[in-house]
Design a protein around this ligand. Structure first.
Ligand SMILES: *Cc1c(COP(=O)(O)O)cnc(C)c1O
Length: 459
């Protein structure tokens, strides 16, 4: 045995493998492989340094599913969703999910939709349909189709600007204001003209968890239709809110109960309570989907129609979504959402009782989260608290500035998920209090350092 292989054998006998003492492959494509056990260790040891998803209060995305759901996921990782001819039951289950969501969102009759990778793909597809339908309206009127625009608030997710840039549409962004973090009809009206392909409204913003005034914007669009003959459709970005409002606020109207709401996206992997990789796009009526965007293709001996940006993708999350729908039903989702809301309210009360924080829009319809900020100037700021909390206790609670013209407002946001018990809420509140006490003693980050952080990526 060479020294090297003796060393390897010794390492393996005592702990781990040769990568305990050697650098892992990271640049060159490896010449030879390794034992399966070694590869497993290598990857697992790298991931041991990741944050703990249970303390990740930054993400809207699901971090826990039931063992039975995981069983379905594990058993279906080898099925390509797009092979409808080979896996017709999976295709049928997708259609069931679309019909159930259309029902949940009060579609007036039979309609259509699509499974997507997430809300981003759903928003790209929904907006493309808005653009195609606008172009048809303009062509029918013999009018120019050269400069489409899309109207939305500064409170939207980055995907809306991405759509505009990728697909050549002028973004008309309604600025926010200090103290007003959603948009309504008066904000939107000046931006609308005959080249507006649609208005996008958000149900549950990523910034504070509130909703745009969807009812007010619908009324405005109805008035514009009656007075100016412009039929401007609305798309509701319900990435998070689409699985929250129907259960916490069933009588609050934001969906197809409102006439100008023509399409809705929702992320199955957020409050649909499925692991990442699933979103949905639902149209009000079949006619709202521009049929030119649907490809009829002859593949593997069967004609199939597809309306997607991606082709191959997994089946597992579609099946997991259907599992959740039948497992929970309206009653189950309502129970889970109410628990999260209850715990979010307890957290908000505890933060308010500390006297340091202002809670943002606590009495309004909101996602189960707490958005808060320091009530007055101190020697430290929200970014310091986020850093201290993570360093001391491993909680991931982000701090961020709002979009223009509220860019001077810094907010912290804690998602209260299904797995966050009352005990954990109490612990988090105590940890935030202690982080503030530590910061009060040692002070925040130096001003120049803070400027570096603030102008860094993500702001
Ligand atoms: C998360 C989110 C998106 C993007 O959704 P993905 O499912 O992550 O692609 C878009 N809009 C809003 C309001 C969101 O919260």
């Amino acid at each position: 045995m060479s020294i090297d292989s003796r060393q390897m054998a010794a390492d393996a006998a005592l702990f781990g493998n040769r990568f305990v003492t050697q650098e892992v492959p990271s640049r060159e494509f490896p010449d030879t492989g390794m034992f399966a056990q070694d590869a497993l260790h290598l990857v697992a040891e790298d991931l041991a340094l990741e944050g703990d998803p249970a303390r990740n209060l930054a993400t809207f995305v699901t971090t826990w599913m039931e063992p039975e759901a995981q069983q379905i996921i594990a058993a279906n990782l080898h099925r390509n969703f797009i092979d409808h001819a080979e896996y017709p039951r999976t295709a049928e289950i997708e259609q069931r999910c679309i019909r159930m969501l259309a029902d949940l969102f009060h579609a007036p009759g039979e309609t259509t939709g699509a499974r997507t990778q997430g809300s981003s793909e759903a928003i790209m597809l929904g907006s493309l349909s808005l653009k195609w339908n606008w172009r048809k309206r303009r062509e029918a009127a013999g009018a120019s189709t050269s400069s489409p625009n899309l109207v939305f608030g500064g409170d939207v997710h980055v995907v809306w600007e991405k759509f505009c840039r990728y697909f050549d549409v002028e973004p008309r962004i309604v600025p926010l204001q200090p103290g007003k973090y959603t948009i309504g009809p008066d904000d939107v009206e000046p931006y609308i003209d005959e080249n507006t392909i649609g208005v996008a409204a958000v149900l549950g913003t990523t910034f504070t968890g509130h909703k745009d005034d969807v009812v007010g914007i619908n009324d405005l669009l109805l008035r514009i239709r009656a007075e100016r003959g412009l039929d401007v459709p609305m798309h509701v970005d319900a990435a998070s809110g689409g699985f929250v409002w129907p259960f916490l606020y069933p009588h609050s109207e934001w969906d197809f109960r409102l006439e100008q709401v023509r399409s809705i996206n929702v992320s199955g992997h957020k409050f649909g309570l499925v692991y990442p990789g699933i979103g949905w796009l639902i149209f009000r009526e079949t006619a709202d989907l521009a049929k030119e965007l649907v490809f009829e293709e002859n593949y593997l001996g069967k004609t199939d129609s597809t309306f997607t940006l991606n082709f191959s993708t997994g089946s597992a999350m579609v099946l997991a979504q259907y599992y959740n729908f039948v497992r929970y039903g309206r009653a189950g989702y309502t129970y889970i959402m109410q628990n999260m809301q209850t715990n979010a309210r307890v957290l908000a009360e505890k933060l308010a009782a500390m006297g340091r924080f202002e809670i943002i829009g606590a009495g309004e319809e909101q996602l189960p989260l707490v958005a808060f900020r320091l009530a007055e100037e101190t020697g430290y700021d929200e970014f310091d608290i986020a850093w201290q909390l993570s360093a001391e206790r491993g909680w991931m609670v982000p701090a961020y500035t709002l979009p223009p013209n509220a860019q001077d407002v810094t907010i912290m946001r804690a998602l209260v998920k299904e797995t966050m018990s009352r005990e954990q809420v109490d612990t988090l509140a105590r940890d935030i209090d202690e982080a503030c006490a530590t910061l009060a003693k040692k002070g925040g980050v130096h001003e120049s350092e803070r400027n570096r952080i603030l102008t860094g990526p993500g702001h």
